[in-house]
Write a protein that binds this ligand. Structure first.
Ligand code: AVI
Length: 322
């Protein structure tokens, strides 16, 4: 997962918190979950038994690594394997190992906002897979991708794992896919993970774990506003609440105020009042099926070329083409 916070300007954080907490109904963006503590909590979430997404994608990559890498390979001129938000690279290393073993010519280009995450990733790859050529690029996805496209004209396989697209509403997801599509040439591929619709209880459990890690992750937003903006949120006066609508495939996270309360945010010179049971909407985690993915791809000027799934059909990785 990309550590998204480092370069998001403080003033943007200020503006978004101000806007979100003075709107009705109240909302805060999930992109602000990921400070240092949030990154750690997300790592813990990915290891939880209830959070099936990570393990399902891991199993898909492991089972189909041979076919996936063959689909990536076109000719001896090689390609750039560009990963958006590379994180710790645990899943990606399955593919890197396979490509290296098959002696397929490629260069791995992880893009992340966090230089620290990139340094750690580069070091672990150079230890574990010394034959893999790594060119880390620090920055936001599109600025960096655009730079890369002007710098070199090699074939591109762009990867976006983890169903990170699910944190976007459909119109934003189309916009995101369209921006990728506009940077692709005919021969390029986009390899992307989409979490699938399934038993609603399985989805609810993934976002409502027994150990309360997701609750801490969600409440970290308030902790961040306390420490960075000088607020006095009492985290115990809010509950983490998850809903899933099986019709739309949308899981939504909320923080719900347990009582009437007044919060002061010194850094914003703002007083915010909550009625008992008033909500702050904090995240959407969209679930998909092939029809929705095909519709999104079509709207963005792409089409599905291959689909890989796990034995439970919980999760799918798609190869999209222009
Ligand atoms: C990063 N993103 C895809 C995760 C998700 O599943 O929406 C973030 C997350 N939120 C709660 N648990 C995990």
């Amino acid at each position: 997962m990309q550590q998204k916070t480092t370069l998001i300007s403080t003033s943007q954080f200020h503006k978004d918190v101000y806007k979100g907490l003075t709107d009705f109904p109240k909302h805060l963006s999930s992109k602000y979950f990921y400070d240092e503590k949030g990154d750690k909590l997300f790592q813990e979430i990915m290891d939880m038994p209830e959070y099936y997404l990570t393990n399902s994608e891991y199993k898909i990559l492991d089972k189909f690594k041979d076919e996936i890498c063959r689909a990536f390979f076109k000719d001896s001129k090689g390609f750039d394997l560009i990963e958006l938000g590379a994180g710790d690279g645990k899943k990606t290393k399955i593919l890197l190992r396979q490509l290296a073993a098959e002696e397929i010519p490629f260069q791995y280009v992880p893009i992340d906002i966090s230089q620290n995450a990139l340094n750690e990733l580069e070091e672990s790859i150079s230890n574990e897979l010394p034959s893999v050529n790594v060119m880390p690029l620090q920055g936001t996805y599109f600025e960096t991708l655009e730079q890369l496209c002007t710098m070199q004209h090699k074939r591109k396989v762009i990867m976006f794992l983890g169903s990170n697209i699910g944190n976007l509403l459909h119109p934003q997801a189309v916009e995101f896919l369209r921006s990728i599509q506009e940077l692709m040439n005919e021969d390029d591929l986009f390899f992307i993970g989409f979490d699938q619709k399934k038993d609603p209880q399985t989805i609810l459990n993934a976002y409502n774990d027994a150990a309360g890690i997701t609750e801490r992750f969600n409440k970290n937003l308030l902790a961040r506003i306390n420490s960075e903006l000088g607020a006095n949120f009492d985290l115990d006066k809010f509950i983490h609440w998850e809903v899933y609508d099986p019709e739309t495939g949308t899981a939504k996270s909320y923080l719900v105020s347990k009582e009437n309360q007044t919060i002061h945010i010194n850094g914003l010179d703002l007083t915010v009042t909550f009625n008992a049971w008033e909500t702050i909407h904090t995240e959407i985690s969209q679930k998909y099926d092939d029809n929705i993915v095909s519709w999104l791809a079509d709207k963005a000027g792409m089409q599905i070329s291959r689909i890989f799934t796990d034995e439970n059909k919980f999760y799918k990785n798609y190869i999209l083409k222009k």
